[in-house]
Design a protein. Structure first.
Length: 300
Protein backbone atom coordinates (compact mmCIF):
# COMPACT_ATOMS: atom_id res chain seq x y z
CA UNK A 1 0.00 0.00 0.00
CA UNK A 2 0.90 3.61 -0.11
CA UNK A 3 3.74 4.80 1.98
CA UNK A 4 2.88 6.89 5.04
CA UNK A 5 6.43 7.68 6.03
CA UNK A 6 8.60 10.58 5.05
CA UNK A 7 10.32 8.42 2.50
CA UNK A 8 12.11 9.95 -0.47
CA UNK A 9 12.39 13.30 1.27
CA UNK A 10 15.65 14.84 2.33
CA UNK A 11 15.77 15.43 6.09
CA UNK A 12 17.62 18.65 5.30
CA UNK A 13 14.70 19.91 3.20
CA UNK A 14 12.42 22.61 4.49
CA UNK A 15 9.25 20.49 4.25
CA UNK A 16 8.31 19.89 7.85
CA UNK A 17 5.62 17.32 7.00
CA UNK A 18 5.34 13.74 5.85
CA UNK A 19 3.20 12.67 2.90
CA UNK A 20 -0.13 10.98 3.55
CA UNK A 21 0.66 8.58 0.71
CA UNK A 22 2.93 8.10 -2.23
CA UNK A 23 2.46 6.14 -5.44
CA UNK A 24 4.83 5.42 -8.29
CA UNK A 25 3.71 8.73 -9.82
CA UNK A 26 2.65 10.96 -7.01
CA UNK A 27 2.71 12.28 -3.48
CA UNK A 28 -0.24 13.49 -1.43
CA UNK A 29 -0.01 15.76 1.62
CA UNK A 30 -2.89 16.04 4.06
CA UNK A 31 -2.15 19.71 4.54
CA UNK A 32 -3.27 23.22 3.78
CA UNK A 33 -2.22 23.86 0.19
CA UNK A 34 -0.72 27.23 1.14
CA UNK A 35 1.58 25.58 3.63
CA UNK A 36 2.83 23.09 1.05
CA UNK A 37 3.07 25.72 -1.68
CA UNK A 38 5.21 27.90 0.58
CA UNK A 39 7.78 25.09 0.72
CA UNK A 40 7.73 24.42 -3.03
CA UNK A 41 10.41 25.77 -5.33
CA UNK A 42 9.47 28.22 -8.07
CA UNK A 43 9.00 27.01 -11.66
CA UNK A 44 8.94 23.27 -11.08
CA UNK A 45 5.41 22.26 -12.14
CA UNK A 46 4.22 21.71 -15.72
CA UNK A 47 0.52 22.04 -14.96
CA UNK A 48 -1.71 23.15 -12.11
CA UNK A 49 -5.29 21.91 -12.03
CA UNK A 50 -7.43 23.53 -9.33
CA UNK A 51 -11.07 22.97 -8.41
CA UNK A 52 -11.40 25.12 -5.28
CA UNK A 53 -14.25 25.40 -2.79
CA UNK A 54 -16.69 28.02 -4.14
CA UNK A 55 -17.69 29.63 -0.82
CA UNK A 56 -21.34 28.77 -1.36
CA UNK A 57 -21.92 26.89 1.87
CA UNK A 58 -21.42 23.44 0.36
CA UNK A 59 -21.09 20.60 2.85
CA UNK A 60 -17.87 18.77 2.02
CA UNK A 61 -18.59 16.23 4.79
CA UNK A 62 -15.20 17.00 6.23
CA UNK A 63 -15.80 20.02 8.45
CA UNK A 64 -14.61 22.54 5.88
CA UNK A 65 -16.31 25.94 6.29
CA UNK A 66 -17.41 26.80 2.76
CA UNK A 67 -18.94 30.15 3.67
CA UNK A 68 -16.71 32.96 4.84
CA UNK A 69 -16.85 36.73 4.19
CA UNK A 70 -16.54 37.48 0.46
CA UNK A 71 -13.42 39.64 0.93
CA UNK A 72 -11.77 37.00 3.03
CA UNK A 73 -12.55 34.35 0.39
CA UNK A 74 -11.12 36.38 -2.49
CA UNK A 75 -7.99 37.30 -0.51
CA UNK A 76 -7.42 33.61 0.19
CA UNK A 77 -8.00 32.73 -3.48
CA UNK A 78 -5.56 35.42 -4.57
CA UNK A 79 -2.90 33.91 -2.29
CA UNK A 80 -3.14 30.37 -3.61
CA UNK A 81 -3.57 31.49 -7.22
CA UNK A 82 -0.41 33.64 -7.01
CA UNK A 83 1.46 30.79 -5.33
CA UNK A 84 0.34 28.31 -7.99
CA UNK A 85 1.49 30.74 -10.70
CA UNK A 86 4.87 30.95 -8.99
CA UNK A 87 5.48 27.20 -9.04
CA UNK A 88 4.52 26.83 -12.73
CA UNK A 89 7.40 26.56 -15.19
CA UNK A 90 7.65 29.00 -18.11
CA UNK A 91 5.42 27.46 -20.79
CA UNK A 92 3.44 25.58 -18.13
CA UNK A 93 -0.33 25.74 -17.76
CA UNK A 94 -2.99 26.53 -15.16
CA UNK A 95 -6.54 25.14 -15.33
CA UNK A 96 -8.96 26.63 -12.85
CA UNK A 97 -12.52 25.31 -12.54
CA UNK A 98 -15.15 27.65 -11.13
CA UNK A 99 -18.63 29.11 -11.29
CA UNK A 100 -18.65 31.91 -13.89
CA UNK A 101 -19.12 34.66 -11.27
CA UNK A 102 -15.99 33.43 -9.43
CA UNK A 103 -14.09 32.73 -12.63
CA UNK A 104 -14.25 36.39 -13.69
CA UNK A 105 -12.58 37.38 -10.41
CA UNK A 106 -10.02 34.58 -10.64
CA UNK A 107 -9.22 35.63 -14.20
CA UNK A 108 -8.34 39.08 -12.83
CA UNK A 109 -5.71 37.51 -10.55
CA UNK A 110 -4.42 35.19 -13.28
CA UNK A 111 -4.15 38.01 -15.82
CA UNK A 112 -1.49 39.61 -13.62
CA UNK A 113 0.81 36.59 -13.82
CA UNK A 114 -0.08 34.45 -16.83
CA UNK A 115 -1.50 34.50 -20.33
CA UNK A 116 -5.11 33.77 -21.16
CA UNK A 117 -5.73 30.85 -23.53
CA UNK A 118 -9.36 29.83 -23.11
CA UNK A 119 -12.52 30.13 -21.09
CA UNK A 120 -13.76 26.59 -21.56
CA UNK A 121 -17.51 26.28 -20.95
CA UNK A 122 -18.50 23.00 -19.34
CA UNK A 123 -22.19 22.30 -19.73
CA UNK A 124 -23.88 21.93 -16.35
CA UNK A 125 -27.16 20.07 -16.12
CA UNK A 126 -29.67 20.06 -13.29
CA UNK A 127 -29.24 23.68 -12.17
CA UNK A 128 -32.04 26.22 -11.72
CA UNK A 129 -32.29 30.00 -12.14
CA UNK A 130 -32.21 32.20 -9.02
CA UNK A 131 -33.83 35.65 -8.89
CA UNK A 132 -33.64 37.80 -11.99
CA UNK A 133 -31.03 35.72 -13.76
CA UNK A 134 -30.72 33.52 -16.79
CA UNK A 135 -30.75 29.79 -16.43
CA UNK A 136 -27.14 28.89 -15.50
CA UNK A 137 -26.02 26.16 -17.90
CA UNK A 138 -22.23 26.14 -17.69
CA UNK A 139 -19.23 26.21 -15.38
CA UNK A 140 -15.93 27.77 -16.45
CA UNK A 141 -12.60 26.05 -16.82
CA UNK A 142 -10.03 28.84 -17.18
CA UNK A 143 -6.98 27.82 -19.13
CA UNK A 144 -3.88 30.02 -18.78
CA UNK A 145 -0.25 29.46 -19.70
CA UNK A 146 2.97 31.09 -18.57
CA UNK A 147 3.95 32.53 -21.94
CA UNK A 148 3.89 30.36 -25.03
CA UNK A 149 2.71 26.88 -24.09
CA UNK A 150 5.54 24.37 -23.88
CA UNK A 151 3.04 21.65 -24.79
CA UNK A 152 -0.19 21.82 -26.70
CA UNK A 153 -1.56 18.42 -27.68
CA UNK A 154 -4.56 18.41 -29.94
CA UNK A 155 -7.24 16.28 -28.35
CA UNK A 156 -9.74 14.61 -30.67
CA UNK A 157 -13.19 13.27 -29.86
CA UNK A 158 -15.15 10.45 -31.50
CA UNK A 159 -17.81 11.58 -34.01
CA UNK A 160 -21.06 11.78 -31.99
CA UNK A 161 -23.64 9.07 -32.68
CA UNK A 162 -27.24 8.46 -31.63
CA UNK A 163 -27.14 6.37 -28.48
CA UNK A 164 -30.08 4.27 -29.67
CA UNK A 165 -29.38 3.52 -33.35
CA UNK A 166 -25.62 4.36 -33.34
CA UNK A 167 -26.04 6.50 -36.48
CA UNK A 168 -23.97 9.68 -36.70
CA UNK A 169 -25.91 12.72 -35.51
CA UNK A 170 -24.71 15.18 -38.19
CA UNK A 171 -23.99 14.95 -41.89
CA UNK A 172 -21.23 17.64 -41.84
CA UNK A 173 -22.79 19.38 -44.84
CA UNK A 174 -21.82 16.53 -47.14
CA UNK A 175 -18.14 16.78 -46.14
CA UNK A 176 -18.05 13.79 -43.79
CA UNK A 177 -15.20 12.28 -45.83
CA UNK A 178 -13.03 15.36 -45.07
CA UNK A 179 -13.13 14.78 -41.31
CA UNK A 180 -9.92 13.69 -39.69
CA UNK A 181 -10.17 9.91 -39.12
CA UNK A 182 -8.76 10.47 -35.62
CA UNK A 183 -11.96 12.36 -34.70
CA UNK A 184 -13.25 15.89 -34.13
CA UNK A 185 -11.12 18.66 -32.68
CA UNK A 186 -11.92 19.34 -29.05
CA UNK A 187 -13.54 22.79 -28.80
CA UNK A 188 -13.84 25.22 -25.89
CA UNK A 189 -17.37 23.97 -25.19
CA UNK A 190 -17.52 20.62 -23.39
CA UNK A 191 -20.95 19.07 -23.36
CA UNK A 192 -20.12 15.68 -21.86
CA UNK A 193 -18.65 16.64 -18.50
CA UNK A 194 -21.58 17.12 -16.10
CA UNK A 195 -20.56 15.82 -12.67
CA UNK A 196 -21.42 12.35 -11.46
CA UNK A 197 -24.59 12.80 -9.44
CA UNK A 198 -25.31 9.15 -8.75
CA UNK A 199 -23.66 8.06 -5.51
CA UNK A 200 -22.52 4.73 -6.95
CA UNK A 201 -20.17 6.64 -9.28
CA UNK A 202 -18.75 8.82 -6.53
CA UNK A 203 -15.66 8.40 -4.45
CA UNK A 204 -17.05 10.68 -1.74
CA UNK A 205 -20.83 10.18 -1.50
CA UNK A 206 -22.88 13.36 -1.05
CA UNK A 207 -20.19 15.65 -2.45
CA UNK A 208 -19.70 16.84 -6.00
CA UNK A 209 -16.54 15.67 -7.61
CA UNK A 210 -15.42 16.23 -11.15
CA UNK A 211 -15.94 13.68 -13.82
CA UNK A 212 -12.56 12.13 -14.48
CA UNK A 213 -12.69 13.29 -18.07
CA UNK A 214 -12.29 16.94 -16.98
CA UNK A 215 -8.80 16.75 -15.42
CA UNK A 216 -7.87 14.05 -17.95
CA UNK A 217 -8.53 16.38 -20.87
CA UNK A 218 -6.68 19.24 -19.24
CA UNK A 219 -3.64 17.02 -18.70
CA UNK A 220 -3.83 15.57 -22.20
CA UNK A 221 -3.89 19.05 -23.74
CA UNK A 222 -1.08 20.56 -21.73
CA UNK A 223 1.31 17.83 -20.54
CA UNK A 224 3.22 14.77 -21.64
CA UNK A 225 4.00 11.55 -19.76
CA UNK A 226 6.52 12.22 -17.01
CA UNK A 227 5.47 15.88 -16.58
CA UNK A 228 4.61 17.15 -13.10
CA UNK A 229 1.05 18.17 -12.16
CA UNK A 230 -0.03 19.95 -8.98
CA UNK A 231 -3.61 20.00 -7.66
CA UNK A 232 -4.03 21.95 -4.40
CA UNK A 233 -7.61 20.75 -3.72
CA UNK A 234 -7.62 16.95 -3.68
CA UNK A 235 -11.31 16.36 -2.83
CA UNK A 236 -12.12 12.90 -4.19
CA UNK A 237 -8.81 12.72 -6.07
CA UNK A 238 -9.99 12.92 -9.69
CA UNK A 239 -6.86 14.82 -10.81
CA UNK A 240 -4.54 12.33 -9.16
CA UNK A 241 -6.35 9.42 -10.79
CA UNK A 242 -6.16 11.21 -14.16
CA UNK A 243 -2.44 11.73 -13.66
CA UNK A 244 -1.97 8.05 -12.77
CA UNK A 245 -3.97 6.99 -15.87
CA UNK A 246 -1.87 9.19 -18.11
CA UNK A 247 1.52 8.52 -16.49
CA UNK A 248 2.00 12.09 -15.33
CA UNK A 249 3.72 12.69 -12.00
CA UNK A 250 1.76 14.61 -9.41
CA UNK A 251 1.84 16.46 -6.11
CA UNK A 252 -1.43 16.87 -4.26
CA UNK A 253 -2.78 18.49 -1.13
CA UNK A 254 -6.06 18.04 0.69
CA UNK A 255 -6.75 19.73 3.99
CA UNK A 256 -9.18 17.15 5.31
CA UNK A 257 -9.84 13.44 5.02
CA UNK A 258 -7.64 11.79 2.39
CA UNK A 259 -8.89 8.23 2.78
CA UNK A 260 -11.26 8.60 -0.20
CA UNK A 261 -8.30 9.44 -2.36
CA UNK A 262 -6.34 6.55 -0.96
CA UNK A 263 -9.21 4.13 -1.68
CA UNK A 264 -9.65 5.50 -5.17
CA UNK A 265 -6.00 5.05 -6.02
CA UNK A 266 -5.87 1.61 -4.44
CA UNK A 267 -8.99 0.42 -6.31
CA UNK A 268 -7.75 1.59 -9.66
CA UNK A 269 -4.04 0.98 -9.39
CA UNK A 270 -3.13 -1.73 -6.93
CA UNK A 271 0.11 -2.40 -8.76
CA UNK A 272 1.21 1.20 -9.14
CA UNK A 273 1.16 1.92 -5.41
CA UNK A 274 4.80 1.41 -4.60
CA UNK A 275 6.87 3.08 -1.98
CA UNK A 276 8.55 5.85 -3.92
CA UNK A 277 7.46 8.21 -6.69
CA UNK A 278 9.41 7.97 -9.93
CA UNK A 279 10.48 11.61 -9.67
CA UNK A 280 12.58 13.42 -7.14
CA UNK A 281 10.13 14.87 -4.62
CA UNK A 282 12.91 16.51 -2.65
CA UNK A 283 13.98 18.54 -5.69
CA UNK A 284 10.51 20.12 -5.72
CA UNK A 285 11.02 21.63 -2.28
CA UNK A 286 13.42 24.15 -0.87
CA UNK A 287 16.16 23.11 1.44
CA UNK A 288 16.26 25.19 4.59
CA UNK A 289 19.11 27.32 3.28
CA UNK A 290 17.47 27.86 -0.13
CA UNK A 291 14.25 28.73 1.58
CA UNK A 292 15.85 31.42 3.68
CA UNK A 293 17.46 32.91 0.58
CA UNK A 294 14.23 32.74 -1.40
CA UNK A 295 12.26 34.49 1.34
CA UNK A 296 14.95 37.20 1.52
CA UNK A 297 14.84 37.55 -2.28
CA UNK A 298 11.04 37.89 -2.28
CA UNK A 299 10.96 40.57 0.39
CA UNK A 300 13.99 42.49 -0.97
C1 LIG B 1 -14.32 21.15 -4.85
S1 LIG B 1 -13.41 20.05 -3.88
C2 LIG B 1 -12.26 19.32 -5.03
C3 LIG B 1 -12.90 18.18 -5.76
C4 LIG B 1 -11.95 17.43 -6.65
N1 LIG B 1 -11.52 18.23 -7.79
C5 LIG B 1 -12.60 16.15 -7.13
O1 LIG B 1 -12.92 16.04 -8.33
O2 LIG B 1 -12.82 15.27 -6.32
C6 LIG B 1 -12.39 21.13 -2.94
C7 LIG B 1 -11.59 20.43 -1.85
O3 LIG B 1 -10.63 21.37 -1.35
C8 LIG B 1 -10.39 21.05 0.02
N2 LIG B 1 -9.74 22.22 0.63
C9 LIG B 1 -10.32 23.34 1.10
N3 LIG B 1 -9.39 24.21 1.55
C10 LIG B 1 -8.19 23.63 1.36
C11 LIG B 1 -6.85 24.03 1.62
N4 LIG B 1 -6.56 25.22 2.18
N5 LIG B 1 -5.85 23.20 1.27
C12 LIG B 1 -6.11 21.99 0.71
N6 LIG B 1 -7.38 21.55 0.46
C13 LIG B 1 -8.41 22.35 0.76
C14 LIG B 1 -11.77 20.71 0.54
O4 LIG B 1 -11.68 19.92 1.72
C15 LIG B 1 -12.39 19.95 -0.65
O5 LIG B 1 -12.21 18.56 -0.48
Amino acid sequence: MANHQNQGLDPGAAIPFAPFLTTSHGVLYQKDCLEVLAAMRSEIVDCVFADPPFNIGKDYKNGFNDRVRENQYYEWCKSWIYECCRVIKPGGSFFLYALPELAVRFAGFLNERMDFRHWIALSMKGTFPRGRKLYPAHYALLYYTRGTPATFNRVRLPVPVCRHCRKELKDYGGHRDKLNPAGLNLSDFWDDTSPNRHKKFKVRPGVNELKLIVPERALLISTNPGDLVFDPFGGGGSTYQAAENLHRNWIGTELFDCHHIQRRLEDGYPLSLIQKPGFSVKDCFYTNEDHKNEVLRRIA
